[in-house]
Design a protein around this ligand. Structure first.
Ligand SMILES: [Zn+2]
Ligand SMILES: [Zn+2]
Length: 243
């Protein structure tokens, strides 16, 4: 999967799922996207993200397993969906209304209005980032992100936690045909989904969206003893995917 020809980070972006022990559990989620100039972070829930220096971070939603290390990771700015009164963010120091800016030990969280449609939330010379609305739990605004490499036109999709994708997100994914997806599969086959995906629902989605390459993250303890079944879909520790 990792070839020397692909290590051209002037043009390519690399994506890496960060885990502390090689198994991407729902204890903590962080994903990094990087090139020769910048590193970007999606979610700040894994201790494995500590030590990195990120240009910007993107938060899918404000559950602890996605935000736990926001105040400890070196990042100037986080972008995330607007807050609800159920949103829980650790170590919030001060909130500036009406701009919805929060200071987290120096890092700022800037929220964008949650939309039922796709919204472009960030772009620079390397990437364009789109927020894809999802249903996760009713009380929390949640999104996934599609990240475009502007030099190659290729996309990756990071699903975030979700029970259901909003229709515009499904349509957008059909259109952009991501080269790579990082999808939550909290529960094994046959388990009740409880705000998340199980293996059956994810495999259906992969087929429906004709996704070619997927990495599974956010595994619950229910997977204990069954990891072997999906080992081929788990990101190997330190492995990078180039797009
Ligand atoms: Zn969640
Ligand atoms: Zn989660």
């Amino acid at each position: 999967m990792v070839s020397v020809a692909c290590r051209d980070l002037e043009h390519r972006l690399a994506l890496e799922v960060l885990t502390t022990d090689g198994i991407p559990t729902c204890e903590g989620i962080s994903i990094q996207v990087l090139n020769s100039n910048n590193a970007y972070l999606v979610d700040a829930g894994s201790e494995a993200a500590l030590g990195g220096i990120y240009t910007i971070g993107f938060i899918t939603h404000y559950h602890k397993d996605h935000t736990r290390f926001m105040a400890d990771i070196s990042c100037n700015l986080y972008l995330g969906p607007e807050l609800t009164r159920h949103s829980r963010i650790p170590k919030v120091e001060r909130r500036y209304s009406p701009f919805e800016l929060l200071l987290l030990n120096g890092a700022v969280l800037q929220t964008f209005p949650y939309s039922q449609d796709i919204s472009k939330v960030y772009s620079n010379e390397d990437i364009e980032v789109y927020a894809l609305p999802v249903d996760h739990i009713r009380t929390l605004k949640s999104v996934g992100y599609a990240i475009k490499n502007r030099k190659t036109g290729a996309y990756v999709w990071v699903s975030g936690d979700f029970f259901r994708l909003k229709q515009p997100s499904i349509e957008f994914l059909r259109e952009i045909k991501p080269d790579m997806a990082v999808i939550e599969v909290t529960f094994p086959s046959g388990f009740r989904r409880h705000y998340h995906q199980n293996l059956d629902s994810v495999m259906e989605l992969i087929e429906d969206l004709e996704l070619k390459r997927c990495w599974f993250v956010h595994l619950s303890k229910k997977w204990d003893g069954q990891i072997k079944k999906i080992a081929q879909y788990l990101p190997r520790s330190g492995a990078q995917f180039y797009f």
